[in-house]
Each structure stands twice: as C-alpha cells, then as structure tokens.
Design a protein around this ligand. Sequence first.
Ligand SMILES: [Zn+2]
Length: 238
Amino acid sequence: MMVNKVDILAFGAHPDDVECAVSGTLLKHIAMGKTVAIIDLTAGENGSFGNRETRLKESKKASETLGVSYRECLGIRDGAIENNELNRLLVINSIRRYQPEIVLANALDDNHPDHAVAANLVSNSVFLSGLEKIQTFHNNELQNKWRPRVVYHYIQDMLIKPDFVIDISEYMSKKMDAILAYKSQFISPKNNAPNSIIGLLEQIKSTNAIFGRPINSNYAEGFNVNRYIGVKNLFSLE
Ligand SMILES: [Zn+2]
C-alpha cells in the first residue's frame, strides 16, 4: 500500500488558512526534523481575490518557503464544505495515505463558515480512520486503518482562548514570507497596490503577540483541543 508517512498532517479549508494560522509552528517542527504535509480541502476558488490557478501557484510557493514534504488539494467546493460521508471518506483516505501522528485542523469556531465545518469534518474523520470496517481505497488498493494520536485546532481569525500556545518568535519573519506567497490575497491586480486584506498581516502579528504575552514570548500560535490532553507527570508540563 502506498504511504507517504509524515509526522504532522495539517488540513486547511482554504489554501492560506494553514499559512496564516499555524505556519510558525510548522516551521518550528520542520526545523526539529519533523515531516509535514498540508491538505487544502478546497482550492479557495470562491474567495474575493484570485482564482483556482493563481491560488494553486501561490500555495506551491508557500509550501516551498515552509519546506513541507507534500501538499495537495481535495477539490471540495469552496464555501460549501459539508461534514458528510463523501467528504469524510476523502479525508480518511488522506489520513491513511500520510499516517500522521498529529493532525492540525481549522478552528472550532471562526468567521468563515467553512472553517468550523472543516474542523468537525477533519476531527470526525480522524476517529473514523481508525475503524477497520470503514473501507477506503487508493489506486484500487484497500488502505490500512490509521488513527492519529491527536487533533489540535489552530486558532485563526476569531480570538478564542487557547488551551495551549506554541512560541514561534524565531519563525515570525519566515511565517510572513509564507503568507506573502499569496500575492492575489494581499496585492490588488488592478493597480498593483495593497488590497483591503493587507491589514490582515498586522492583525495576524497582533494575534500572535497576544498569544505570546502570557508565556513571555514575542509571538505564539494558539490551539484548542476538544478532548483532554494527557501528560505523563507535572514536570512534563511547562
Ligand atoms: Zn479559510
């Protein structure tokens, strides 16, 4: 069975979700020697700026900046993500192909309605992927079941209180480079001037600064869990 095993599999509803919300954490873990794949559920074709082709090109460039091992798009319709059986099977198929230990998914609540649906779609699929009787095929071959250890939901546009944060100060400028690969989202093609989303860059920095403050770091990314986190002992928490 074909498996491209990675340590972390990051799902995003739209091509720049992962870069905006969690790329500092990905850069940090790639620097630690961990392998990462990104899966975009949609091509972001219905966003206000850019189109399917430009966004695909941009996501490729962002992936190179981040140093991820694989990236693919599942081709679900942008703005119409549903947590239904067909989509769960698509997501399960990806989980079984990459066999990650850790899955990252959209925020459980957010501005764009696709985000919360994607969060639940991915989280449900992670559980179901561990069930043998839910059969999926890749290249006509039956896939093995696979249950990742955990799903973490990265916080994006809505300021949600995180369950934990990760210091990304060292990776902040590279994170900005990865986000800026999405030129169509930040630069207007009409006059080559910054479009209305340009403020987003400063907002992302501010959010990361707010998450960093309680741990005395300049910048951090925030996460939620929908189950308890188990730790070995009090000293493994810091
Ligand atoms: Zn999005």
